[in-house]
Design a protein around this ligand. Structure first.
Ligand code: CP
Ligand code: NVA
Length: 331
């Protein structure tokens, strides 16, 4: 039977089969070709979506806005201070209201239960644009970028995540790797390893797909023979600024730099969901430099701008993949 995601929400990748994930990736490729070739695809004219952001964003917001507009839809953006949700109106009541006016909801925020509740009460497709636990739309862009480099069959490809291996991005990378039969290594200090229940779930999935899921604190051994080296910021949105000192102390050995990249395959690529602290050209980057003396944090400038980096292709792919998710669930 063919894949049909019409009416479904996109809350976390554990809810999707490998065939469904591959369907979304195929669709993303088609949308990318159409966009590149100037082929109009206003397939969802007359529909409207609302984008709810409790945390800041560049890529995710822009991908949803441009994606929705390319599909011919109307878009309403609500930041944390411009709607009643939270302070004066519950998620449940807000969901009832949005469900009466819109065809789909994107939510970026803190609690996974909030995005789940929006889906439960709105009656329309809801897309998770990042919570404290997961970042599922990011994964589609990441896998599309890996496929563009190595071909569509990603089974057995070794991806190593360095750093805060229990954050939203690392969790989702472990899930998508399990679903698609990849070899995933979470590499970081013991204190920042993914939750045991999620590892157990992913290992169960891996039994069916042939994936390998490993956790290690040995950075050089982890990087050996890697096809994809991945990292993310060391203190995520919503975490207190006081975390920086502690994270720098325990994460320094996991910085992705030239030496670490040299341990991977010569053909390896570097991915980062972005934004990244790799220089002093941002307020935060300068603050980290002045406070901790680090010029570049989770990754160095030479890696992020180096010949193995595919970060900006990955960023572009957010739009094609998010468009595919909206189209597949709203058509
Ligand atoms: N990667 C990502 O989600 O980027 P933004 O925070 O800019 O949306
Ligand atoms: N782990 C990061 C991802 C940003 C896209 C955060 O949550 O801030």
């Amino acid at each position: 039977m063919g894949v049909n995601l019409s009416g479904r929400s996109f809350l976390k990748l554990l809810d999707f089969t490998p065939a469904e994930i591959n369907y979304l990736l195929d669709l993303s490729r088609e949308f990318k070709n159409m966009k590149r070739n100037g082929v109009p695809h206003r397939y969802l004219e007359g529909k409207n979506v609302v984008l709810l952001f409790q945390k800041t964003s560049t890529r995710t917001r822009c991908a949803f806005e441009v994606g929705a507009m390319d599909l011919g839809m109307g878009v309403t953006y609500l930041d944390p201070n411009s709607s009643q949700m939270g302070k004066k109106e519950s998620v449940q009541d807000s969901a009832y209201v949005f469900g009466r006016m819109f065809d789909g909801i994107e939510f970026r925020g803190f609690k996974q239960s909030d995005v789940d509740d929006l889906a439960k009460y709105s009656g329309i497709p809801v897309w998770n644009g990042l919570t404290d636990d997961f970042h599922p739309t990011q994964m589609l862009a990441d896998v599309l970028t890996i496929q563009e480099e190595f071909g569509q069959n990603v089974k057995g490809k070794k991806m190593v995540f360095f750093g805060d291996a229990r954050n939203n991005v690392a969790n989702s990378l472990m899930v998508v790797s399990a679903k698609l039969g990849m070899h995933f290594v979470a590499c970081g200090p013991k204190e920042l390893m993914p939750a045991e229940d999620l590892v157990k779930t992913c290992k169960e999935v891996a039994k069916e797909t042939g994936a390998v899921i490993e956790l290690t604190s040995d950075a050089k051994a982890a990087a050996k023979d890697a096809d994809v080296i991945y990292t993310d910021i060391w203190v995520s949105m919503g975490e207190p600024v006081e975390k920086w000192q502690e994270r720098i102390d325990i994460l320094k050995p996991y910085q992705v730099n030239k030496e670490l990249m040299a341990c991977a395959k010569d053909t390896a690529i570097f991915l980062h969901c972005l934004p990244s602290y790799h220089d002093r050209n941002t307020e935060n980057g300068e603050w980290v430099f002045e406070t901790f003396g680090m010029d570049g944090v989770e990754v160095t400038n030479d890696v992020i701008y180096g010949h193995q980096s595919r970060c900006f292709d990955e960023a572009e792919n957010r739009m094609h993949t998010i468009k595919a998710v909206m189209y597949a669930t709203l058509k």
